[in-house]
Unconditional design. Structure first.
Lengths: 790, 270
């Protein structure tokens, strides 16, 4: 074991890379042709890409909240909805023309594709007593005269009806809604757009006919539709913007038309290949996964920039284009491979996420990074060998600043070490201030109509957020049991007493009204029937009287052994919803033996637990990524010690970024779960470059730690801050997404990258000086050998 | 269609299937003629009594059973519908509840329900015969006697009867309800060419999307003439729910009369 042998292997390796470079230059035309063919072949799959239109894509099949909700939907009805929320410009809802308009809209809404039910103030099945008969009819039937007396009758019934007030009609009587229940077969991606297109047509006609009525469209189908609207918006705006930003960056950095052109092709080919492969694999695009091309563009450019900057650097020093290209490939082959590998590992760890869109994002990006690696070390040099490159030899000044920084770190290593560690500790202290919140309406920014309409509807009538419980009885038919009904009534009261609950849909209100009807509409009988047979027979009578689509099957199961209770909620955070779920669960355990195990369900509940579940999944994923990346580094650097030292700069930046987030923003959704893993794969690149140069100085040049730090700063310092700037710009572009999860992910990653460069330039060299430098006087020159032998 | 014409059509139908095809009828006439023939073959059954059991299932696989008895009275006049009483035996909490219906051709039926717990007969305002019958996938309008004049008909084609009767050939006839407040825009039914019995029916909702499919199985002939299905399977394609209705053996001509189908007799039905 000797210096010589270690040097030998370095030369052998370099020789291999140089041979490879010469081979690429020789076969440049063939390499270019093959690259283009590969891109076209992969890119052809792009035709199979489609945009998902279902909020359920955010939940894996194993997700317990999704399973619970699907089961509940199979017991009752599978329901999505489109709510048309209406408000007259003047006065309240109880005007003849307003009610007539609502009645027409209600009728027309039955024509919406996949509509299985329409509820409005006009077709509300009001029951009244008339002598000895039970009259069940629309509250505003077609033949309704809508004169003053009739309007008074409708107002009186609607405003006192617990099934309507706060849900279908606002307490101030200003706002109402037509709620269309949509049962999606979930067979085609076109279902949601088809239903929405029909509704849009309906609404356009309605607005033309009724200029004095404000109408907003919300509901879960509108939400579903917004995912594809948002994803397509992002595709159309972010990707061109990204190209623009990167073009600008390249123009400034490379100052070479051919270099810019070649890089542009590399990143475009990488993104096309990745998206095309995604198409071949049948991946559906979602707002998170459409950020993949933007991220790929950002990541892919780094490889090319490293190769080109080294090449131009050589040419400035007077090397020929060919020699500079060979030298560039020789020095960059391994680091570019390593950084691509670690980035891929980071993104592939997203497969541990519970949310399939993040898995897709991870896999598409990993494929893109792989493609970028291939194109950067094959297509790029081949193309550069063909294109004319004009670089004038000149002095380079940038490294002066880097040398100053190196001297500063070497001189003030102690204070720097303590200062950065204090900064890290200070920021980390703010992590607990982060609140997890996944209010899905807020996923969309205000350029998306769904967000505005839903906010308006929430302000004026009721929100889109609901929690529902399927409350089982002890036996078949048991919902008519007076004891069950009393407990159900108590549970309803428990919910209604809570501030965040706007409305509760419950069967007990129907029982009370029927009891009153059966006693000649005597208000004293507005109470629960106290015999099981009576309650069951009331229910039978009422069910016999209901028209098509307005039955109770969405509230009562076939065995009459469970009732669905639906609470409509204020605009609460998912934390508050989890609290409601916990407290409702505790209440049921204490007061409702047959429903002791019942938990809240529904889309909002699913989103309330999504961040937590994703974080749990990603903790494992991040840990594996961290292990793999650290192992890769240790093997690549051939040093356990450097591998160990690399842990700090790789881990600390994400923690600092979350601290800054806790300090400034405070609220984050499921996006937070993936940032650590993905940014780990990216920030490790800087560490790789810095440490490999440091090690090269120690091993190949036999320098001590101080000189090795100087060498590392002067050789890669500039490249590191430049690539960091590019990456930060790229991820900052994501923060312009119409989809908040993407925005948060972009911002958090950008902050992490900034923190990483600070740590790499301050903490990392200081640590090297302290931990690797102590032995420099005693056994200089031997430590590297020991490392090399490992 | 006048009476004479109808008799002529029936005569032609009865005489010869060959003549029938030679007779240059429109699809509408052919469709109606098929319905008339179904009706004709069932004339004169008088009254009947049958025990039924209804199994309701949801998409989750849960099920629930109801047991009931159906007594029916044929009303010979063409302009008046048949009468029926449905008595519930199970579940226990609706035992003895009895439902009386006087079917009308185009007007809303007259309907009453006797509630034993309340010991009262309540009239049901029944514009709404389109809702689910006791929470099942059958609407009341699917179960009432299929009076010919409730629909317009169009013969579509002839084909094999399919899953319900694979060995038989069927007429496929589309019919559109003429009565108000139906839940359907149309129904398509497969009527076998041999006995003129419906084997399968598809129901289309208000937006003309397929809502339900009914299979009528296990036909038996009574008194050498009257065919009755003993199993009806209704599947709702939109909700994934289904209901099976099975019938025990029918009794015919058990001596029921108009008087047994009066509102004030409901309390004493057992």
């Amino acid at each position: 074991m000797s210096d010589v042998r270690s040097g030998d292997s370095a030369i052998r390796k370099a020789g291999w890379a140089a041979k490879y470079a010469l081979w690429i230059i020789r076969w440049r035309w063939a390499v270019i042709a093959v690259s283009i063919l590969l891109t076209l072949g992969a890119g052809f799959g792009g035709q199979f890409l489609s945009f998902s239109t279902d909020y359920r894509v955010f939940f894996s099949k194993e997700n317990p909240q999704l399973q619970a909700f699907e089961s509940l939907q199979r017991v009752f009805n599978k329901e999505d909805n489109i709510s048309l929320v209406l408000q007259p410009k003047n006065g309240d809802v109880f005007q003849a023309d307003m009610l007539a308009a609502i009645r027409n809209l209600t009728e027309e809404s039955w024509q919406v594709p996949f509509a299985t039910r329409v509820d409005s103030i006009s077709n509300f099945q009001n029951s009244t007593a008339e002598e000895d008969d039970l009259i069940v009819d629309d509250l505003v039937p077609a033949e309704s005269p809508l004169d003053a007396a009739d309007l008074q009758r409708i107002r009186a019934a609607a405003m006192t009806e617990p099934l309507l007030r706060d849900r279908i009609i606002s307490p101030d009587a200003r706002t109402t809604m037509v709620n269309i229940t949509i049962t999606l077969p979930q067979k085609e991606l076109t279902e949601v757009p088809e239903a929405m297109a029909h509704v849009d047509g309906l609404v356009a006609d309605f607005r033309a006919d009724n200029p004095n009525i404000t109408l907003a469209i919300t509901g879960s189908v509108a939400l579903n539709n917004s995912f594809s609207v948002s994803a397509q918006n992002d595709m159309q705006t972010l990707i061109p913007l990204m190209y623009g930003v990167l073009l600008l960056v390249m123009a400034v950095l490379l100052r070479s038309i051919s270099g810019t052109f070649a890089t542009l092709l590399v990143i475009a080919f990488s993104a096309m290949t990745a998206m095309g492969l995604a198409g071949w694999l049948g991946i559906q695009l979602t707002p998170p996964s459409v950020t993949a091309p933007t991220i790929i563009l950002t990541l892919a450019i780094a490889d090319s920039v490293h190769v080109l900057i080294s090449m131009f650097h050589g040419m400035r020093r007077g090397m020929s284009k060919r020699d500079a290209l060979v030298e560039s490939l020789r020095v960059n082959f391994q680091p570019v491979f390593l950084t691509s590998l670690t980035t891929m590992i980071g993104f592939m760890s997203l497969n541990f996420s519970d949310a399939p869109p993040f898995r897709d994002l991870g896999n598409i990006t990993a494929m893109g990074v792989g493609a970028a690696w291939f194109f950067s070390i094959a297509f790029l040099p081949a193309l550069m060998a063909v294109l004319p490159v004009r670089i004038k030899p000149r002095e380079e000044h940038e490294s002066v600043a880097m040398e100053r920084l190196a001297e500063f770190v070497i001189r003030r290593r102690g204070p720097i070490m303590i200062g950065t560690l204090a900064l890290v500790a200070g920021l980390v202290a703010f992590i607990p201030k982060i609140e997890l919140n996944d209010q899905f309406v807020k996923y969309f920014d205000k350029s998306i109509q769904f967000r505005n309409d839903t906010d308006w509807a929430t302000d004026n009538l009721s929100g889109i957020y609901q929690a529902q419980w399927s409350i089982p009885a002890a036996e078949s038919g048991g919902i008519s049991d007076p004891d069950y009904l009393r407990r159900l009534e108590d549970f309803t009261q428990f919910l209604r007493a809570r501030g965040e609950v706007v409305h509760v849909l419950t069967l007990t209100d129907i029982f009370k009204r029927l009891n009153k009807n059966m006693h000649g509409d005597d208000p004293d009988w507005y109470k629960l029937p106290d015999e099981r047979d009576l309650a069951a027979q009331y229910l039978l009578l009422f069910e016999m009287s209901l028209p098509f689509g307005l039955d109770l099957n969405n509230q009562v199961n076939v065995d009459k052994s469970a009732v669905r209770v639906i609470a409509t909620l204020e605009n609460i955070t998912t934390n508050e919803l989890r609290a409601l779920d916990e407290e409702a669960s505790a209440w049921l355990q204490d007061h409702f033996p047959s429903a002791a195990e019942t938990r809240a369900s529904g889309p909002f509940v699913m989103f309330a637990y999504i961040a937590k579940r994703n974080i749990e999944g990603m903790l494992t994923g991040t840990f594996f990524a961290f292990l793999l990346i650290s192992a890769t580094l240790t093997i690549a650097l051939r040093s356990m010690k450097l591998g160990a030292i690399s842990l700090a700069p790789n881990l600390v930046p994400a923690a600092m970024a979350f601290g800054i987030w806790g300090l400034t923003v405070g609220e984050v959704g499921m996006a937070s779960s993936v940032v650590t893993a993905t940014s780990l794969g990216i920030i490790v690149d800087a560490t790789v470059h810095f440490l490999s140069k440091y090690r090269r100085a120690r091993v190949e040049r036999g320098e001590d730690a101080e000189d090795a730090v100087r060498y590392a700063f002067s050789t890669v310092g500039t490249a590191l801050w430049v690539t960091t700037a590019i990456l930060v710009a790229g991820f900052a572009v994501l923060s312009l997404s119409t989809f908040k999860i993407n925005g948060s992910m972009g911002m958090l990653t950008a902050i992490t990258l900034v923190m990483a460069i600070i740590i790499d330039f301050l903490l990392l060299p200081a640590m090297l000086l302290f931990l690797d430098g102590r032995r420099k006087d005693r056994d200089a020159g031997q430590a590297p050998i020991a490392q090399a032998a490992e | 269609m006048g009476k004479l014409q109808r008799i002529l059509a029936l005569a032609v139908l009865a005489i010869s299937p060959v003549l029938q095809s030679a007779y240059a009828e429109t699809p509408q006439e052919k469709g109606r003629a098929i319905a008339e023939e179904t009706d004709r073959r069932d004339l004169g059954w008088g009254d009947s009594d049958v025990v039924m059991s209804m199994i309701l299932r949801n998409a989750e696989g849960e099920s629930s059973v109801r047991e009931l008895r159906l007594r029916s009275l044929e009303v010979p006049e063409r302009g008046v519908g048949d009468k029926s009483i449905t008595v519930f035996d199970k579940p226990r909490d609706i035992e003895g509840t009895a439902f009386l219906s006087h079917t009308k051709i185009l007007d809303p039926d007259d309907q009453w329900l006797y509630l034993p717990a309340l010991k009262r007969v309540k009239r049901i305002s029944s514009k709404n015969k389109s809702g689910p019958f006791v929470g099942s996938e059958f609407a009341y309008e699917d179960l009432v006697s299929q009076e010919v004049d409730r629909y317009d008909y169009t013969w579509l084609r002839d084909e094999n009867c399919g899953e319900a009767a694979p060995t038989m050939e069927c007429f496929v006839v589309e019919r559109t309800p003429l009565y108000e407040h139906s839940g359907y825009t149309k129904q398509v039914s497969w009527v076998d060419k041999q006995d003129y019995q419906p084997r399968k029916t598809e129901f289309y909702d208000r937006k003309d999307a397929l809502l339900k499919t009914l299979l009528q199985l296990d036909y038996k002939q009574y008194q050498g003439q009257y065919w009755r299905t003993h199993r009806m399977d209704m599947t709702n394609h939109q909700t994934g729910k289904s209901t099976t209705l099975t019938f025990e053996d029918y009794s015919f001509k058990v001596g029921l009369s108009e008087g047994d189908f009066e509102k004030n007799r409901l309390k004493r039905v057992r």
